[in-house]
Design a protein around this ligand. Structure first.
Ligand SMILES: [Zn+2]
Length: 190
């Protein structure tokens, strides 16, 4: 696992040899920084088989369209489709956000995720983990690594969303998650 993040946000590259998956996709207008960080961590852009946003907030999917233009297909879960057009409401013209086209994404169901990941040599699945947002998903590898995006830490969960957040953590634990790779902050045990 390699972190190519910046501006207090972790962007994780999961690799199986030269077959790679980028988890979370940069702030709008920062393609130069993303390219530089990938280069610095020896991750050729051409080896990234998919980009996956844990959810469609601007710090997680801001470069999705530019990455697509650079040859990185966008892997979208069906539970995320409706959230994509909503994202641009939170951007301003000077952010340099490039709107995500909807017709050319690779849209899959959660149930298909294991098979799709298997095709790029990554053993794991994508789990729906709502709480921070309805469209939040986590990548859970078979080695116990869970890429949870902004899923609220159980210790700081608010009363209003406690039930759904704790259910998401429970779903991850039940499926074997042992280590958390969050979008903000350090890697920790679950
Ligand atoms: Zn978020």
């Amino acid at each position: 696992m390699v972190n190519v993040g910046y501006r207090s946000t972790n962007y994780w590259v999961v690799s199986a040899g030269t077959s790679r998956l980028l988890v979370d996709l940069g702030w709008p207008g920062t393609m130069g920084t993303m390219r530089a960080n990938l280069r610095r961590m020896d991750v050729p852009l051409g080896e990234i088989r998919y980009g996956l946003a844990t959810h469609y907030h601007i710090d997680h999917a801001g470069l999705a369209q530019e990455l697509k233009r650079a040859g990185v297909p966008l892997l979208v879960l069906d539970v995320q489709v409706d959230a994509i057009p909503e994202m641009k409401r939170w951007t301003k013209p000077h952010d340099g956000y490039v709107d995500i086209a909807l017709f050319d994404n690779v849209v899959i169901s959660l149930a298909e995720s294991r098979e799709v990941l298997e095709r790029i040599d990554i053993q794991g699945e994508i789990v729906h983990t709502p709480g921070h947002s309805d469209d939040s998903v986590s990548l859970l590898l078979d080695d116990g690594s869970a890429f949870t995006g902004d899923l609220t830490h159980p210790a700081v969960v608010g009363e209003s969303d406690a039930e759904v957040v704790l259910a998401s953590w429970q779903a991850l634990r039940e499926r074997g998650a042992t280590r958390v790779y969050p979008a903000h902050g350090p890697v920790r045990a679950i």
